[in-house]
Design a protein around this ligand. Structure first.
Ligand SMILES: Cc1cc2nc3c(=O)[nH]c(=O)nc-3n(C[C@H](O)[C@H](O)[C@H](O)COP(=O)(O)OP(=O)(O)OC[C@H]3O[C@@H](n4cnc5c(N)ncnc54)[C@H](O)[C@@H]3O)c2cc1C
Length: 330
């Protein structure tokens, strides 16, 4: 069977890996217009934990999602001989009274998190605020991880085609998987996907934990470098380094007061199903074409889990395997 996967980000690579894990005889060509990780995936800050969102509630299918990601992180690490993440834990600082109330509620029902009082948070992070500590939170080294997954795919026989895929190219394949991030909005405008651009600053600062407040800071594979981010805007124009720094620091400086040198920045476009829903989008578009997008700001949580489900659905030609919540019409 000849399969085209369009997009060398988290969605396309995870699907490629899972297809080849099921059947090494598949002939897979992975089309990537700019290089592995050149879209949102390469810009990701690397924070992975199940309590995202303003209410800090346990996210939909976060447990199987994170378990699948950890399996793939470990496989990728083995293939490149380098760690792809750090089990650093994540400290989510309360920015207002509502946060404090949500955190107090969460610890009553969830036993994998704890509350820190302001003094304890300060001792650990130099931030004087009450906080929710998520010990299972990970800092993923996204660029190394992407390299590792592609390494595995190439080892299993996938071929990288560095060119832009057009819908006319579908004629040459038995199956086509459009995992092309924000470009799917151009290819299929009827999906009404919502796009938001975001930036992360690359900063010189040693961190012990991933930190979340009004914005976030995350660890990288270099111990003296971290990422700092907060932006998410429907205006997709690119900012300058100066513009991104001003915007991000205007929010982060309100809760994380520290001298930090900004060295550069990365930028990418997140894709959402709609303004009000954060469920990913996976579906069969016609007899040979499938799509996988809408990972929003939870790409690390869902790509491996849903990539595995999608691989099975494609090979069994059964859209019934796709979770109803992820279908285009739910
Ligand atoms: C600033 C920022 C920070 C983030 N931080 C986090 C985080 O900490 N944790 C987290 O879980 N998520 C985070 N995210 C979200 C995460 O990055 C995304 O959810 C995820 O990367 C989306 O992956 P994807 O494969 O769907 O899309 P992409 O990574 O955008 O991949 C699509 C790929 O398709 C290629 N492509 C497009 N069209 C074509 C075509 N026609 N032919 C060939 N190739 C094509 C593109 O070049 C691109 O490489 C962040 C996002 C941004 C922007």
């Amino acid at each position: 069977m000849r399969i085209a996967i369009v997009g060398g980000g988290l969605a396309g690579l995870a699907t490629c890996y899972h297809l080849l894990s099921i059947d090494r005889n598949l002939k897979i060509q992975l089309f990537e217009k700019q290089g592995i990780g050149s879209g949102a995936s390469g810009a990701a800050a690397g924070l992975l934990h199940p309590y995202t969102g303003s209410l800090a509630q346990l996210n939909w299918r976060s447990q199987p999602g994170i378990a699948a990601t950890i399996q793939l992180l470990d496989a990728a690490a083995e293939s490149i001989g380098k760690a792809t993440y750090k089990p650093s834990g994540i400290v989510r600082c309360a920015i207002n009274r509502e946060d404090q109330q949500y955190f107090s509620k969460i610890v009553k029902t969830q036993h994998d998190v704890s509350l820190w009082d302001p003094q304890y948070t300060y001792n650990q992070t130099e931030i004087y605020r009450p906080a929710l500590f998520i010990p299972g939170g990970l800092s993923v080294y996204t660029n190394l991880y992407l390299k590792g997954i592609w390494n595995l795919c190439a080892h299993y026989g996938a071929e990288l085609v560095l060119q832009t895929f057009t819908l006319n190219d579908r004629a040459y394949f038995d199956k086509v998987i459009l995992a092309c991030g924000s470009n799917l909005a151009d290819l299929y405008p009827a999906l009404n996907l919502v796009l938001k651009r975001g930036e992360v600053l690359i900063c010189e600062k040693r961190l012990t934990y991933g930190l979340i407040g009004n914005g976030y800071l995350s660890l990288t594979d270099r111990s003296n470098i971290c990422y700092m981010g907060t932006t998410s805007r429907t205006d997709l124009t690119d900012l300058t380094l100066d513009g991104a720094t001003k915007l991000i620091r205007s929010k982060v400086d309100s809760w994380f007061k520290s001298d930090i040198q900004v060295l550069g920045y990365k930028s990418g476009i997140r894709v959402y199903r709609s303004l009000s829903s954060s469920y990913p989008v996976i579906d069969q578009l016609d007899s040979k074409t499938w799509c996988f997008t809408g990972l929003g700001s939870r790409g690390l949580m869902y790509h491996a889990y849903l990539g595995s489900i999608l691989a099975k659905a494609i090979l069994r030609q059964s859209a019934k395997l796709i979770p109803q919540a992820c279908k285009i019409t739910r």
